[in-house]
Design a protein around this ligand. Structure first.
Ligand SMILES: [Zn+2]
Ligand SMILES: [Zn+2]
Length: 250
């Protein structure tokens, strides 16, 4: 009896799913076309071929891949210039193709609907569990005014998804943005560092734990200026070790 009821239940759910797909067709965030397989809900197979996973050798400091190289411990030219205070960095995708599109969906269209696809994508990276360990994940904060306008902090959303892959990891809003900085998008590399310098501080109610590694989470790593400014604030606040983690790099 139980199994027949179970089968019916499965059929009803399947039919309901088909109806939902009919009423709200699942469109690919890459091309706008219908998504026909069941692996990912909002990324069609041809567009997924346009995801550039960073899972080979990469810069130890920021996570940028060494395309075609194998030296895992080297530091990229950008990091030699930036001299980041964070000790390590990891990113999952290159910020191009569908990787760039995902960042846009999260930042400007509150891509909450991408949750399951992102969880699946994050799950591909077996090394993340060790990288995140039992760290404290700290989202790059938005200025309160901007967060009110946007109603969503994409870095906090991602931090929650990342924290779920490792036992003991937690998300804490340990930083606040003390200045409403200009958007980094239109600034040149050398202007970016000045724009975010001293823009972050430890949130007033937060107690820093000296036994924990802190990982600053952002949607995209561009020059590293924002993440480095966050790391400076955490270290000033007594954090022992800071790492960074972003969805996309480039
Ligand atoms: Zn597509
Ligand atoms: Zn680097």
């Amino acid at each position: 009896m139980g199994s027949i009821a179970g089968k019916w239940k499965a059929r009803v759910l399947e039919a309901a799913g088909a109806v939902v797909d009919l009423v709200f067709p699942r469109h690919c965030v890459g091309c706008g076309g219908a998504v026909e397989d069941d692996v990912y809900a909002f990324m069609c197979a041809p567009c997924r071929a346009d995801l550039y996973f960073i899972d080979g050798a990469y810069c130890r400091a920021c996570g940028y891949p060494y395309l075609g190289m194998t030296a895992a411990d080297r530091v990229c030219p950008n990091c030699r210039e930036l001299r980041p205070v964070f000790e390590r960095g990891r990113a999952l995708l290159l910020h191009r193709g569908l990787g760039g599109r995902l960042v846009v969906e999260l930042k400007y269209y509150k891509g909450l609907f991408l949750r399951n696809d992102l969880v699946r994508l994050i799950g591909r990276f077996g090394d993340l569990e060790v990288y995140i360990g039992d760290a404290v994940l700290v989202p790059v904060p938005l200025h309160p005014r901007k967060e009110r306008e946007r109603g969503f902090n994409q870095s906090r959303f991602l931090a929650g998804l990342f924290a779920a892959v490792a036992d003991g990891a937690m998300v804490e809003d340990a930083l606040v943005r003390t200045r409403d900085t200009d958007s980094q998008t239109r600034l040149r590399r050398e202007e970016r560092a000045g724009n975010v310098k001293n823009a972050f501080a430890i949130a007033p109610s937060v107690t820093i734990r000296s036994d924990k590694t802190y990982i600053v989470v952002d949607d995209v790593y561009t020059t590293g200026a924002t993440l480095n400014a966050c790391a400076v604030a955490l270290l000033k606040g007594g954090v022992r070790a800071v790492r960074v983690l972003s969805l996309a790099h480039g």
